[in-house]
Design a protein around this ligand. Structure first.
Ligand code: SF4
Length: 350
């Protein structure tokens, strides 16, 4: 096989040098349950000499995925609990998710929607389902923001995206449209003029949240793709998942956040990994996550600080879970901890 084709099967993984031939049969038990796709850009990034390569860990299937823990669940963040019509998740009053497509250019081994995405997943909305989803948004005046996610909405053709955006353009109360995507990193060439024109087609404020978890993902090509979006007037923010063996290291995390800021992508969300089936090998404890996030405070600029977020299982929404640096002492007095770990009275005594 050539390096320029998306890797989709255990045989492809062997031929691309991503797994040994002796593992092909065993890995096919994983791929029978969870889809594989590794784009050429990502395949090129993998260091095949490093058995612990953080890029491979995110995309190459692993036997550990067959171990499903009792606390794990198919719908870890409770999308279905808040889905009034197919393709819409209405969890918070002023915004909805519009899940137009459940296909991705790559499949992340830790994906929180791994039971829903892929060719066997929930698919793409039919024209009738899309009509009902748009009618729902149109009929709910409180919806200020529409978040296109999935799947990866940027796998849709510019024509299809443009059609969705034109329909959102007609809904007066929608002011902001946000896309969540990995495309600028995993298929940077897809970010071309027709795609950018489609993204801007609603005339609303357009945001793109870029998903990347390791600084090596922000290649020259990925940064150039982000620059094309930003230079066209699209605001970019980041989202990352804190992952054991990928970015659970203060230096790597700092480098990742700096790489985003250098790319003009404002660090936004750092997710605690969700309780998706077969992903326990990626999860660290909340305390470990809090310590890593606290380590960013003195180490990197305020521009580089993301919010550390836990999606509460059951569909109860997001909660910031960063360790607090302030303790109430009563009587309007507090103890505040600085980035070196030193404690100070507030207001100061004497
Ligand atoms: S791109 Fe997003 S939706 Fe697709 S597999 Fe990765 S985490 Fe899941």
């Amino acid at each position: 096989m050539t390096a320029e084709r998306t890797i989709r099967t255990p045989r492809d993984l062997v031929e691309a040098g991503l797994i040994g031939r002796e593992r092909e049969e065993a890995i096919s038990r994983v791929t029978a349950s969870y889809t594989v796709a590794i784009s050429p850009a990502i395949s090129r990034l993998v260091d095949r000499d490093d058995p612990d390569d953080p890029i491979a860990r995110q995309f190459v299937p692993d036997m550990a995925e067959l171990a499903v823990m009792p606390e794990e669940r198919a719908d870890p963040i409770g999308d279905s609990t808040h889905s009034p019509v197919t393709g819409i998740v209405h969890r918070y009053p002023d915004r909805v998710l519009l899940k137009a497509v459940h296909v991705c250019p790559v499949y992340c081994r830790f994906c929180f929607r791994r039971e829903m995405v892929g060719p066997e997943g929930l698919g793409t909305l039919t024209p009738a389902e899309l009509d009902r989803a748009i009618a729902y948004i149109s009929g709910h005046q409180e919806i200020w923001e529409v978040i296109l996610t999935g799947g990866d909405p940027l796998v849709l053709s510019p024509r299809r995206l443009g059609e969705i955006m034109e329909r959102l353009a007609k809904i007066e109360h929608v002011k902001v449209v946000r896309f969540h995507t990995r495309v600028p990193v995993v298929e940077p060439d897809r970010v071309d003029a027709p795609l950018i024109a489609a993204l801007k087609g609603s005339g609303k404020a357009t945001y793109v949240a870029l998903h990347a978890n390791h600084p090596r993902e922000l290649t020259v090509a990925a940064r150039a793709a982000a620059a094309r979006l930003i230079d066209a007037g699209i605001v970019m923010v980041s989202q990352s998942v804190l992952l054991k063996g990928v970015n659970d290291d203060p230096d790597i995390l700092a480098e990742l956040m700096r790489a985003f800021v250098e790319t003009r992508v404002k660090p936004y969300y750092l997710h605690h990994p969700d309780l998706a089936p077969g992903t326990s090998h990626f999860r660290l404890s909340i305390e470990e996550g809090q310590a890593l996030v606290a380590s960013l405070r003195g180490r990197v600029s305020g521009l580089c600080q993301p919010a550390y977020i836990l999606d509460i299982p059951g569909g109860h929404g997001k909660s910031v879970v960063s360790a607090s640096s302030i303790e109430a002492e009563g009587g309007g007095c507090y103890t505040v901890t600085d980035f070196r770990g030193n404690r100070h009275a507030y207001p100061p005594k004497g």
